[in-house]
Design a protein around this ligand. Structure first.
Ligand code: PMP
Length: 396
């Protein structure tokens, strides 16, 4: 491990992978010692076009030659921001017409929560067990795992957590609630897909009570689950949509997106009550527009469906209890946490990078680039099967 990394970069666990990356391209990451790694996790659902897609790199270069940061969000009509906001409006429902750009996912959720409070004048928030919305104080307050909240209390007051996916529990949402925030498919909480009935009931309950529905598509957005946004498959539309991760094509970018009526609440009483210096950085916006065009031109959301089919067919193994998720956002639940750790390690030793969830020890997660060539995916799946065979206690 790089001794400067070991000594001076902050660690967030006692077991960092500590891989020294030299360069990356397409589905591959190359280490400084020359090792080639197949990236099946895409920087946790970020590099949906693979690493350094030429169209994204070209857009970044062109923007670098024009300008970098020039003015705090919303004061100048910055071409790359305006073009991206307009393009998004052409692929989103008409009610999601205004984009507030941020840099990260947690910041998008912070903005959404503040916007909901300001628009409704209400203070209570509702979220779901096992949810993950980010690590800043507001987003952490609506993250549904006490173990991650407890070291940081007091957080925001007036947050209620409901069981994810249970229709009866939705009656707890009433007309004192500013917003309900949910992931359409929970990622870090264990790759959990709720039923269409539940999502429709959630949408209905929010409409009845005037609570805004915030859908956090930071992880599910931009084709990962088989449609451009996961909410499309449930046949509902949120009041506020939050995105990040794959949005920037590898550059830092997030957003919360709402209708004019809702977003107007940020303009006054007082004006400038929610600003961010670097939100919607021109280079990130240029990268995001190029990335979105490639995603649409190459029908990559549909590719996510093919990836799911291929993975489910290949990974038929007794050590796998269940394959959860949708499209190219999948989690393999194994019988045993120790085996899970060994399988992930074994695959890495054989040149395949898998994911793990922040909140689930026995879950192996994959989120490959949506344009991963079939042969590369098959190669990685073969490595996974070998690792499962080798590490599975039933098959010494
Ligand atoms: N929401 C969801 C659903 C996420 O998966 C994540 C990141 N894993 C976040 C929010 C936070 O995003 P960021 O790390 O960019 O703050």
């Amino acid at each position: 491990m790089d001794s400067r990394f070991a000594t001076h970069v902050a660690w967030t666990s006692d077991q960092p992978l500590g891989l020294s990356v030299d360069w990356a391209e397409g589905p591959f990451i190359y280490l400084e010692d020359g090792t080639r790694i197949i990236d099946l996790i895409s920087g946790i659902a970020v590099s949906s076009l693979g690493h350094r897609h030429p169209r994204v790199v070209d857009a970044v270069r062109r923007q670098l030659d024009r300008h970098l940061h020039v003015m705090v969000y919303g004061e100048f009509a910055i071409e790359s921001q305006s073009a991206l906001a307009h393009r998004l409006s052409t692929v989103l429902p008409a009610s999601l017409s205004r984009v507030y750009f941020t840099m990260t996912g947690t910041e998008a959720n912070e903005g959404a929560l503040k916007l909901a409070k300001k628009y409704t004048g209400r203070r209570r928030l509702v979220a779901f067990d096992r949810s993950y919305h980010g690590d800043t104080h507001g987003s952490l307050s609506v993250t549904g795992r006490a173990v991650y909240r407890d070291p940081f209390v007091p957080l925001l007051p007036d947050v209620a957590f409901l069981p994810f996916g249970e229709i009866d529990a939705l009656s707890a949402i009433d007309d004192t609630v500013a917003c309900v925030i949910a992931e359409p498919i929970q990622g870090e909480g264990g790759v959990r897909v709720p039923s269409v009935e539940w999502m429709v009931a959630l949408r209905d309950r929010c409409s009845e009570t005037g609570a805004l529905l915030v859908l956090d598509e930071v992880q599910t957005g931009f084709g990962r689950t088989g449609t451009l946004f996961a909410f499309e498959a449930f046949g509902i539309v949120p009041d506020i949509l939050t995105v990040a991760k794959a949005f920037g094509g590898g550059m830092p970018l997030g957003a919360f997106i709402a209708g004019d009526d809702v977003m107007d609440a940020l303009r006054r009483d007082p004006p400038l009550s929610h600003v961010t210096t670097f939100g919607g950085h021109p280079v990130s916006c240029a990268a995001a527009l190029a990335s979105l065009e490639v995603l649409l031109e190459e029908s990559l959301p549909a590719r996510a469906v093919l990836i799911e089919r291929r993975v489910r067919k290949a990974l038929d193994h007794p050590e796998i209890v269940e394959i959860r998720g949708k499209g190219a956002m999948l989690g393999m639940l194994l019988h045993d946490a120790d085996v899970t750790g060994r399988v992930v390690r074994h695959c890495l030793d054989e040149g395949v990078l898998l994911g793990w969830t922040l909140h689930g020890d026995s879950l192996v997660r994959i989120a490959p680039p949506l344009n991963i060539p079939e042969a590369v995916l098959d190669e990685a799946l073969a490595v996974m099967l070998r690792a499962l065979d080798r590490e599975s206690p039933a098959r010494p």
